[in-house]
Design a protein around this ligand. Structure first.
Ligand SMILES: Nc1ncnc2c1ncn2[C@@H]1O[C@H](COP(=O)(O)OP(=O)(O)OP(=O)(O)O)[C@@H](O)[C@H]1O
Ligand SMILES: [Zn+2]
Ligand SMILES: [Zn+2]
Length: 831
């Protein structure tokens, strides 16, 4: 295999009695291992390596930085659909001796009767577990009675689809369409017997099908075709019988955008701020990749931070920068938050770049994902648009990485490996020697800090395009409303603004970052609160399903008509959610067409897209939503944004609470008045004096940054330090607490005792501070108690190394009590 085994190729190798999938990460000519220990690789799974050398280096770096195994980061870089699936088949060998033992005899009998069977099938036939079956099969293997054949197959393969094509020349089809239309109108048959109405409809549909095939000029998947004409396959079959179409199986690339035609767009004439930003990207960024001679190889490629207010035309700058990169024969990866990966947002890129775009999003089927990944790998798509995992896209010749809404916490993975796509992108840019472009109206504190320090190049778009104004923001103190005797959820100004907006037939977005109807259900007599049995939080009442739901573990239960503790009927519902807002809006403005847009109203496939389309067509007046309404929506007729309660997240015990609230409110506010019509924003709050709220009112990112960065500095939080968290969890509260203290003692020893600490390489003035242990703010989730630590240092490597040490040598209390621990480097959420 010497000739075919390249770095990054996936292989099968014998491992502990079975075959395991692995990746060639290095080739050694010599080893200390005893010759008998070395085994041959059984099979090569790739024709071209799955991992480029850049991706190998990137995933290796991730494993060290985020403290996990290289295998985990390697397999996180390939979509599951591309990975292989293991199939283990047992076959009876010819002329095998009869086995001894009852189960062995049964096994052989089943194999004789049914031929080859998988391990799982066999386990089911004889009624033993897989674990118990395994050694028996190994024994049979050793005696030469059976053979175990392990193969790895791709999960989703390129699929054949049923497609329809025209069977006659266009002129004949046109003639048939005319005839069918006549038939549908009934004109030809006026003298004969009356055709049934069903026949009229069929003729009309037949005409439509032919028209569509003629206009599109390419084979169309029958599933797509029948959906678009809103008919059944039987009508298509009739056309086939009459000789107008062929229906065949063909390999169709499953293009997730195929059913919506997207209008092509041309580059816009950039305004002066956009031109300046573009010129800098062009001069410093693009030339960095093309003109290697003017940049010493040691110099890192630049990172740009494009800070542009909402509606300032950042996307246009991205697209024109992309055109330059593509013109040099390189490819581009664009990361966008999953939440704004609506076809509308992606269609702006497709409108400009067409077929070259590969779109990766979570609603793709396995097959679609497989196709897109291979299109990228083969170089058929040189633009990749996707959420955080798209940072690993196997593009050829990477020329730029763009991260839109770089502050979004959707870029941080909440499962192992807990990577942040922004930092991974930066590392990938470094490896590929290509620039990174970050963009946001509300940059993360870390990024803006780096820009101010000169680590990033700051580009600014301070104004909206075409001289459009930022919306007027009104802050309403809800305490004053209450004093005035207004007990509704609408302040007077929000109510009158909604009325005025409806009258002008303009559109409204109302924002509240809480799903469900009420977040607290309690008994007024005894104070009993409905809580989740598995988690330390109260249950949210959902009106539509009439259920109490835990927003952490998803547990559901019916409501109690009376208090389960004291039987009082005085059950109260408290704490507003989007469902309640919807009800209040319907009550107060019965003339308005209202729609809710949150995780509960968009569970059906395509519901997301449908609601946004209906809103775009102005068939909805008021859209009520959670943070799903905050990003990427560009609807010209929206002139009012109302924030029902701004403080929901401001008091979270997390050092990023203000930053997250500021960016969320600014993004939501930015949906108003984006086109010719002037916009207005009403923010209702109980904390009008908070600097975060005041800065939102003035659209003052710089002011907010100045205050927030000072607060962070005083407490030595990022960007003035690096933070890592360590979470311990287990079923027994006492044991978790004990383990937490044992961990603390261990860490202290490593930090103070010079001998073991020497194992953690010294990286200069970088002491690690340990905060904790303490119960996590969410002290119990899914039945597990949680304690945590915060580790703080100037050097993130030092935190990683210390935690790696702990993962390798955990204190006894962790092992013996089976306590899980979760390491999170640069966490975005410390609840
Ligand atoms: N130079 C230009 N001339 C005219 N219109 C422009 C120009 N640049 C952008 N636009 C238009 O302005 C609108 C807002 O631009 P865009 O959505 O790119 O802003 P953004 O900064 O990405 O906004 P947000 O951060 O709020 O999503 C779009 O409809 C876009 O087509
Ligand atoms: Zn009670
Ligand atoms: Zn729960």
């Amino acid at each position: 295999m010497d000739a075919v085994l390249q770095l990054g190729t996936r292989v099968l190798a014998p491992f502990r009695g079975t075959q395991q999938e692995g990746v060639v990460v290095e080739r050694l000519d010599e080893t200390d291992l005893a010759p008998g220990k070395i085994k041959d690789i059984s099979n090569c799974l790739d024709e071209t390596p799955t991992f480029s050398t850049d991706l190998l280096a990137l995933t290796k770096w991730m494993a060290e930085y985020y403290v996990c195994s290289w295998g985990i980061t390697l397999f996180c870089a390939v979509p599951a659909a591309v990975r292989t699936q293991k199939e283990q088949k047992v076959q009876l060998l010819p002329g095998a001796p009869a086995p001894r033992g009852k189960i062995q005899k049964e096994l052989v009998a089943f194999l004789e009767a049914e031929g080859e069977l998988s391990l799982n099938q066999l386990a089911r036939r004889v009624g033993v577990s897989y674990q118990n079956l395994r050694p028996k099969i190994t024994a049979l293997q050793e005696k030469g009675i059976v053979n175990l054949d392990v193969t790895h197959k791709p999960k989703a393969n390129t699929q054949l689809t049923t497609v329809a094509t025209l069977a006659l020349p266009p002129a004949d089809i046109e003639a048939e369409i005319d005839r069918l239309k006549g038939e549908a109108d009934g004109s030809e048959e006026s003298s004969g017997p009356r055709p049934t109405s069903r026949r009229y409809v069929a003729a009309a549909k037949h005409a439509e099908i032919l028209r569509l095939l003629l206009d599109e000029g390419v084979p169309l998947a029958t599933a797509d075709l029948t959906k678009r004409v809103n008919t059944s396959i039987s009508l298509l079959r009739t056309l086939e019988r009459r000789g107008f179409v062929h229906i065949t199986r063909a390999q169709a690339v499953r293009n997730p955008l195929s059913s919506e035609p997207i209008a092509a767009t041309q580059p816009l004439h950039l305004n002066s701020a956009q031109s300046m930003a573009f010129a800098e990207i062009q001069n410093i960024g693009v030339s960095h990749t093309t003109d290697a001679s003017s940049f010493p190889a040691t110099e890192c490629p630049p990172t740009f931070l494009l800070h542009g207010v909402t509606g300032s035309g950042k996307t246009e700058v991205y697209m024109q920068a992309m055109t330059e990169i593509l013109g040099n024969g390189k490819s581009v990866i664009v990361l966008v938050p999953e939440i704004s990966l609506t076809p509308q947002a992606a269609s702006r890129f497709v409108g400009r770049f067409g077929e070259r775009v590969a779109l990766l999003h979570s609603r793709l089927s396995d097959g679609e994902r497989y196709d897109q990944w291979h299109r990228i790998q083969k170089g058929e798509a040189d633009i990749v648009i996707g959420p955080r995992s798209a940072v690993f896209a196997p593009v050829k010749e990477l020329g730029m990485l763009i991260i839109d809404e770089e502050h979004s916490d959707s870029y941080k993975s909440d499962t192992v490996p807990r990577y942040h796509a922004r930092d991974v992108a930066q590392k990938r840019g470094e490896l590929a020697n290509c620039p990174v472009l970050l963009g946001s109206a509300t940059p993360s504190l870390e990024s803006f800090h780096r820009a101010k320090n000169g680590d990033y190049r700051l580009l600014s778009l301070p104004d909206r395009v075409l001289g459009r104004k930022m919306p007027d923001v009104h802050i309403v103190d809800m305490r004053t409303e209450l004093k005035k005797g207004n007990r509704t959820i609408f302040s007077d100004i929000l109510r009158s603004s909604i009325e005025a907006c409806l009258e002008r037939r303009e559109q409204i977005i109302l924002f509240l970052n809480r799903r469900g109807h009420s977040t607290h259900v309690f008994c007024r007599t005894c104070g009993y609160v409905e809580r989740c049995e598995n988690c330390s939080i109260s249950l949210t009442f959902h009106f539509e399903t009439k259920r109490l739901v835990c927003h952490h573990c998803g547990d559901k239960r019916p409501t109690h008509p009376t208090c389960p503790q004291c039987s009082s009927p005085a059950i109260r519902y408290f704490g507003l959610g989007t469902e309640a807002v919807e009800q209040e809006v319907r009550k107060a403005f019965p003339q308005a067409r209202v729609k809710r847009f949150d995780a509960d109203s968009t569970t059906r496939k395509n519901a997301h897209q449908q609601i946004l389309e209906t809103f775009e067509q102005q068939k909805i007046d008021v859209l009520i939503g959670t943070q799903m309404v905050s990003k990427g929506l560009d609807f010209p007729n929206v002139t009012l944004v109302g924030v029902i309660a701004a403080d929901t997240s401001l008091n979270f015990p997390d050092f990023r609470a203000s930053e997250q609230t500021f960016s969320l409110l600014t993004q939501v506010a930015g949906r108003s008045g984006r086109a010719e019509l002037e916009g207005k924003v009403v923010i209702q709050t109980y904390m009008p004096e908070h600097y975060c709220i005041a800065a939102v009112q003035k659209h003052d990112y710089l002011g907010f940054y100045a205050q927030e960065v000072e607060a962070r500095g005083a407490l030595r939080y990022p960007p003035f330090s690096h933070v890592g968290t360590l979470l311990l969890r287990g079923k027994d509260e006492k044991q978790v607490e004990e383990a937490a203290h044992a961990v603390r003692d261990q860490l202290q020893i490593w930090l103070t005792d010079p001998a073991p600490a020497a194992q953690v390489p010294d990286v200069g003035e970088t002491d690690v501070e340990i905060l904790g242990p303490a119960p996590a703010p969410l002290s119990k989730i899914e039945g597990k108690f949680r304690w945590h630590f915060l580790l703080r240092s100037n050097s993130v490597e030092r935190i990683s190394q210390l935690l790696k040490h702990l993962a390798d040598e955990p204190p006894v209390a962790i092992k013996s009590n089976a306590i899980e621990f979760v390491i999170d480097i640069d966490p975005t959420n410390i609840l």
